[in-house]
Write a protein that binds this ligand. Structure first.
Ligand SMILES: [Zn+2]
Length: 415
């Protein structure tokens, strides 16, 4: 590395360590920020010589990054931004902290994918899904898909691992070839991770016609865009690889959505030459991810934490949660997005018949939604009150970002 980059990297590590020592989080944002101030090309310098995978999408990227890093770990040391700091400051900090590693797997905020592709020149990029998220400030889904597509046109060497079940992802991952401009079609490996949420992909991003669905298939009624055949699929409690071999997947993480994340991780690792048979046992080492899916025993209750930030992830959370008393907590602070109108995009009907408790800064917004949805509930002012209000046994907690962090703090920052 050039001298300037070495100094920047060293200062970045020190700043992050000081921030941690001062008890101000894990320091990855401030460390990366200072490093990039000293050397604006620091991320590119730290990426040089590493084989890198990027993981992006609206939902599941933190977990899929963790699973992919475990799978690629078959080959050697892997740098990763495991605290979910998924913008260039976080990537810079993660690589500076890891020192020299042959591999890196980085979670990337979907808005920054183009910038991070440019800086890191990855070997592979995994595209998980696109759905509405914080519409008071984030881009609409079709605009995100357009940004991704434009970014991939400039990086036709990168190997793409993409979700065949999401029409917006399929369209983004397949920009048209243009030999006159030197634009080759990208190399895409398709996985099928399922898509429970369809409300952001009824309209074809190519031609504006309706997208129709039947079983797992989908197709545009006005142009050739349709679901590609997936090479990696979830079958029963395992994953089918492109050769047709089935691998049983035993995870510590719940739900079919995490089996889909496991299939994605195996597909990412395969792009580095990792055989699924070698990687599959490593997926079991991933337990909770920054508190997500963590289980804590308190006063005879087994409390499980599920993070859900937007309509698509709430649907997945209902599917993962047991038929047990469920506490829902909603805040609308800056990291959550200030607008809670998305609660009306979520169908809470799956919770009927369960004991439902609500809390959080915006519990009353949730109360209105549940009332309209015909789901009885009880409001509690504090987490401890919820624990006392349910019988011994499982308590599922589903919360959005800062509400999740609040409850995690109550449980002594469980990981
Ligand atoms: Zn179309």
């Amino acid at each position: 590395m050039p001298l300037r980059a070495k100094v920047a990297s060293s200062v970045s590590r020190t700043a992050a360590a000081l921030s941690r020592a001062a008890g101000r989080g894990d320091g990855s944002v401030i460390g990366g920020w200072i490093g990039l101030k000293i050397d604006p090309d620091l991320l590119a310098h730290l990426s040089a010589g590493r084989a890198i995978a990027l993981v992006s999408g609206t939902n599941g990227k933190t977990t899929t990054t963790r699973l992919s890093a475990a799978a690629v770990g078959v080959l050697g040391r892997v740098a990763t931004n495991s605290f979910g700091a998924n913008m260039p400051t976080g990537h810079t900090s993660a690589l500076a902290k890891a020192g020299s590693t042959p591999y890196a797997v980085l979670e990337v905020d979907e808005h920054y994918l183009a910038q991070v592709l440019e800086a890191t020149e990855p070997h592979v990029v995994a595209l998980l899904n696109l759905s509405r998220d914080q519409l008071d400030r984030a881009k609409e889904v079709a605009m995100m898909a357009q940004l991704w597509r434009a970014a991939l046109v400039r990086h036709t060497d990168v190997r793409v691992v993409a979700n065949a079940d999401d029409p917006m992802v399929v369209w983004a991952a397949t920009p048209p070839a243009d030999p006159a401009q030197g634009v080759r079609p990208p190399h895409v490996t398709w996985f099928s991770a399922g898509q429970r949420w369809h409300d952001d992909s009824w309209v074809c991003p190519e031609c504006g016609s309706t997208i129709q669905r039947s079983g797992e298939q989908w197709w545009c009624t006005g142009c050739p865009l349709r679901r590609p055949d997936a090479q990696w699929t979830v079958e029963d409690d395992g994953v089918l690889d492109p050769t047709g071999a089935w691998h049983k997947v035993t995870l510590q993480l719940p739900g079919k959505v995490n089996l889909g994340n496991a299939a994605t991780a195996l597909a990412v690792a395969a792009e580095f030459g990792v055989r699924p048979v070698d990687a599959v046992s490593r997926l079991h080492t991933v337990s909770s991810v920054a508190g997500r899916y963590a289980q804590v025993d308190r006063d005879g209750r087994n409390i499980r934490l599920l993070l859900a930030k937007n309509p698509a992830s709430w649907l997945e959370a209902f599917d993962m949660a047991d038929e047990a008393p469920t506490l829902l907590s909603i805040n609308a602070r800056d990291p959550d997005g200030l607008d809670t109108s998305w609660l009306f995009d979520v169908d809470f009907a799956p919770l009927r018949g369960r004991q439902v408790l609500i809390t959080g800064d915006r519990a009353y917004d949730l109360a209105v939604r549940l009332d309209v949805n015909g789901v009885p509930f009880q409001h509690v002012r504090a987490f401890g009150e919820a624990v006392r209000a349910v019988p011994p046994g499982r308590l599922e907690v589903i919360a959005n970002y800062t509400a999740f962090q609040d409850i995690r703090a109550e449980l002594d920052r469980v990981n």
